[in-house]
Design a protein around this ligand. Sequence first.
Ligand SMILES: O=c1ccn([C@H]2C[C@H](O)[C@@H](COP(=O)(O)O)O2)c(=O)[nH]1
Ligand code: ZN
Length: 161
Amino acid sequence: MTGKRKDYISWDEYFMGVAKLSGMRSKDPNSQVGACIVSSDNKILSMGYNGFPSGCSDDEFPWEREGEPYNTKYLYVTHSELNAILNYRGGSLEGAKLYVSLFPCNECAKAIIQAGIKTIVYDSDKYSDTPAVKASKRMLDAAGVRYYQYTHTGRKISFDV
Ligand SMILES: O=c1ccn([C@H]2C[C@H](O)[C@@H](COP(=O)(O)O)O2)c(=O)[nH]1
Ligand SMILES: [Zn+2]
């Protein structure tokens, strides 16, 4: 056999795969969200997943979805996209691209816009009917941030660790 391999993964498969792998670190029992930020020349700049801030124990803070807001996860979880933005220590994210396994909420959209990220590739849009996602799209549209849904290729990526 001569020549290069032909069945290597595409850039989109690679970066969405990295985002999803990052999401596998999440302790959220319902939605594990992963994000991967990439430069315009296809270098990975940062990654993140949804979880509690440093010092806030995964075993002590609540993972509940319902009940008194103080006792639900929503007041405490840092979203994957924000974690990826905050994890970046290299300076500017101007012009970067974000791969994320769930469409960003309104709070993440604010951070994405202000960080200078210009493109979002997302997978699930399961909360598309919520005010948070509608407001997110409204802001992203106004700010000229492009977003498109990841196209599944059907390829299964698996490996032993
Ligand atoms: O933009 C987003 C929106 C949500 N998340 C995280 C926050 C939570 O941990 C889960 C959502 O939990 P549900 O039980 O599905 O309501 O997703 C995020 O990281 N980024
Ligand atoms: Zn968010």
